[in-house]
Design a protein around this ligand. Sequence first.
Ligand SMILES: Nc1ncnc2c1ncn2[C@@H]1O[C@H](COP(=O)(O)OP(=O)(O)OP(=O)(O)O)[C@@H](O)[C@H]1O
Length: 292
Amino acid sequence: MVRFSQVGLRYPDPVRGAAAGERETLRDLSFTLPQGSFTWLTGPSGAGKTSLLRMMQLSLRPTRGEVEVLGMPLSRARRADLPRLRRRIGAVFQEFRLLPYLTAFDNVALPLRLAGRPEAGLRPDVTEMLRWVGLDGREEALPPQLSGGEQQRVAIARAVVTRPSLLLADEPTGNLDAAQARRLMMLLEEMNRLGATVVVATHSRDLIAQHPGHVMALEGGRIVSLDPWPHAAEAGPETAAALLAGEVDDGSALEDGSGDAEEAPGPGDAVEAGRARRGVWPGPRPPEADLG
Ligand SMILES: Nc1ncnc2c1ncn2[C@@H]1O[C@H](COP(=O)(O)OP(=O)(O)OP(=O)(O)O)[C@@H](O)[C@H]1O
């Protein structure tokens, strides 16, 4: 779940610092995205889409108001809480931030290694994920040896391989051809059906028309329209099943201090097993090790 209450964001002036009187980039943002929801974020260039995604990713703090991500109000988060919270967020931004001296395989494996996944267990997941984004055979390539679209697909694989609870994507189809874009959308929708909250920023009306979802439109840093949300349990039987299985985070896990409770295997695994039988990538299994 992502909740913004009266949020404003003002970038510091590079010369004068956080000068009073500077215009806010984001203003008066108040909304709730239920866990398991899919939201298109749209609006003209400069409207603030990337800035909003960066706040959801916890890389930008609001100047005012409250941001709550995956059950954690940031005003109450301790510094030590943030790395664990960030590990539950997958993000693909327009600059891919791949490590140029690591192979495609190692870039995708990195978040699993950081989370303490044993080496023996991660290879099949990373290989499968690279196959899913059409990069089988390119595992050993370094980012500078890959095209822009291939690098974007490595970044997508890296964002998704941990099966994050919150998945953020900024123009994720920008460098992809039509077939790859369709495959990526299948992947995002699949992650969403498995319980992730997904937010995708795009200028593409075609993309939104082909994959109807809830739309948040920004203009000049304000929300100019936001579709109302159905209750999470009405979002679909599989989302509801995942909710009941505790696979989907309702925010309580972090609040009561049992931060990794949602990682425990449960009846939701049956949903995933069904997907695996149908050839749908179900994501790696939850890590055995505690992420904290
Ligand atoms: N680091 C920064 N420092 C100062 N201003 C910034 C910074 N990043 C973005 N801005 C400003 O914030 C505003 C919103 O930018 P943002 O990138 O969030 O918009 P956007 O809707 O994602 O645009 P686009 O569709 O072109 O990617 C712009 O006016 C931009 O100049």
